[in-house]
Design a protein around this ligand. Structure first.
Ligand SMILES: [Zn+2]
Length: 263
């Protein structure tokens, strides 16, 4: 069986430059056909774009603003949207975008107030743009934030949505399932019960594989650098939990990624 898989969510600019090149150069030998490279903000968008130009056969670029950071200061968002317009033909997806669940939790734990409103406004602009350009959205939206994001997607008629590393309640999962949104699973599925519950609940036809690299994992991956090849473990885990062969899971997950991202 030829191994083939797609890492649908990775931060290539989170690796140092030479490491990033060696990962991309050796990708095919690892049975990884492509990666979806998400961006953190304007500077990161530039880096993602240059990698996508250099490796057009294996890097699909997504451009956006990661929500777990302070809102860009005056003019920052405008500069980013102008940049997106200027590079419109190369914008294959919008991401990573979403809402700052973890920053909000941290603020609450420290007794600080946290205003989510500017994040919702910024996200709505990205959602509207994705709808207008008909490109997929790579979303960071977990737990209580997911229903807010579902509302925005519905309001703008977005169908191509990908909730990366999703965690949330059954009700929201059903809502996402009915809308045909995709959910991606990280190597954490090997040791994390909450992720395993998502796999059990969500249909195989809407699941994707990802690493969120260079984010480090625990369990059997403790101390290892996160590499796109780790999605093969995700495929095996999903196969086991869905009670299908590894080949069937691999082919289905591969087709799902191609379908959503048009790879
Ligand atoms: Zn990410």
């Amino acid at each position: 069986m030829r191994r083939r898989a797609i890492d649908t969510h990775i931060h290539l600019d989170g690796y140092d430059e030479s490491r990033c090149e060696s990962v991309l150069d050796g990708l095919r030998e690892e049975g990884i056909d492509a990666v979806v490279a998400v961006s953190m903000g304007l500077e990161s968008c530039g880096k993602t774009l240059s990698l996508a130009r250099r490796y057009p056969d294996r890097v699909l670029p997504a451009f956006g603003f990661h929500p777990e950071q302070p809102i860009p200061p005056d003019g920052g968002a405008e500069r980013l949207f102008r940049w997106l317009e200027e590079h419109r033909s190369e914008v294959k997806a919008i991401g990573e975008v979403g809402l700052p669940y973890f920053s909000r939790m941290e603020a609450a734990a420290a007794g600080r107030t946290f205003d989510i409103a500017p994040y919702v406004r910024l996200l709505e602009r990205f959602v509207a743009l994705a709808a207008q350009w008909n490109v997929p959205l790579a979303l960071h939206a977990v737990h209580d934030d997911a229903p807010i994001v579902c509302d925005l997607l519905e309001k703008h008629g977005v169908t191509k949505a990908h909730f990366h590393w999703f965690k949330g309640d059954e009700r929201t999962l059903s809502r996402m399932m009915d809308a045909g949104y995709y959910v991606s699973v990280t190597p954490e599925c090997v040791y994390d019960a909450e992720t395993q519950a998502v796999i059990r609940r969500y249909p195989l036809s809407l699941l994707l594989t990802e690493t969120d690299g260079p984010w480090p994992f625990e369990g059997p991956f403790a101390g290892q650098e996160t590499h796109p090849r780790m999605v093969h473990h995700v495929v095996e885990c999903i196969a086991r939990m869905k009670e299908v062969s590894v080949f069937e899971a691999q082919e289905r997950l591969y087709a799902n990624a191609k379908q959503l991202y048009g790879l």
